[in-house]
Design a protein around this ligand. Structure first.
Ligand SMILES: Nc1nc2c(ncn2[C@@H]2O[C@H](COP(=O)(O)OP(=O)(O)OP(=O)(O)O)[C@@H](O)[C@H]2O)c(=O)[nH]1
Ligand SMILES: [Mg+2]
Length: 234
């Protein structure tokens, strides 16, 4: 199992998270996908990697972006022959203790397991109302426009089978922010992969600052219409 963690200025969270992962999923390898964080996140990972086994950092250069970082991670996961690839945020919104439970969904026959805030048993803790409304609104909007039958399309705590990642990389993925999460799930759904949702409790980030901005939201608003056009054509 390979756990991919994209980071931008997560120095305050990443080392603690890596330690917790070592305890909860000792057999997993971890690849941190860092976009030249000015706060030295990549150096912090490198420092701790001598002490924790199976921890690496990819120092990305050039254009910054969550989607781009993940695509690099997917390519490396396939190149290294991992059967199971887990994606999670660095800020403790995603509980390291949930990784095993999510990964078990692949054993149950799914190709993609979505850690879901918006199915029965899922929860969001400590989010202001406006943030919750934005996220729930985005989920509803995506479903209405594209028909994607996933209750939490923007979530970033997901597990992919090797088969699904392979298919994904053959497709062209253009978006980057939240819409990247939507586009991946939409692409795999259109290709007929089985997507299961498993409830998670999502918590507001522990330390550091949010990278959510208007541009990311605007991108998502446009992307779902592009996905819909694609749906009508096929
Ligand atoms: N490599 C890379 N990682 C990023 C980039 N933007 C965000 N991230 C990471 O992606 C994950 C999700 O980003 P967040 O800023 O937590 O986004 P969010 O969860 O919607 O917002 P908050 O939790 O409120 O901060 C975190 O681990 C970030 O460090 C980026 O441009 N490049
Ligand atoms: Mg976050």
């Amino acid at each position: 199992m390979l756990i991919l963690i994209p980071t931008y200025n997560e120095r305050e969270n990443i080392v603690t998270l890596l330690r917790e992962l070592q305890t909860s999923v000792p057999e997993a390898e971890v690849l941190v996908l860092d976009d030249a964080s000015p706060d030295g996140t990549a150096d912090a990972v490198e420092d701790v990697s001598s002490e924790l086994s199976g921890v690496r950092v990819l120092r990305r250069e050039g254009a910054r972006g969550l989607g781009r970082a993940y695509l690099d991670g997917f390519r490396l996961s396939l190149a290294d022959d991992f059967e199971v690839t887990v994606c999670m945020d660095a800020d403790f919104s995603h509980d390291p203790g949930d990784v095993i439970r999510l990964a078990q969904g692949l054993k149950a026959g799914a190709d993609v397991v979505v850690g879901s805030r918006y199915i029965s048993g899922g929860r969001v803790l400590n989010w202001p109302l406006n943030r919750l409304l934005l996220s729930r609104g985005a989920a509803l909007y995506t479903r209405l426009v594209t028909g994607l039958p996933v209750k939490d399309p923007t979530g970033g705590f997901n597990v992919y089978s090797r088969r699904a990642l392979k298919a994904l990389l053959l497709d062209r993925i253009d978006s980057d922010g939240y819409s990247f999460q939507i586009e991946i799930k939409h692409t795999l759904w259109k290709q007929g992969f089985r997507i299961d949702e498993v409830p998670i409790a999502f918590t507001e980030r522990r330390e550091g600052r949010s990278k959510l901005n208007r541009g990311i939201v605007r991108e998502a608003v446009g992307v779902v219409w592009r996905l819909r056009r694609f749906r009508i054509r096929v």
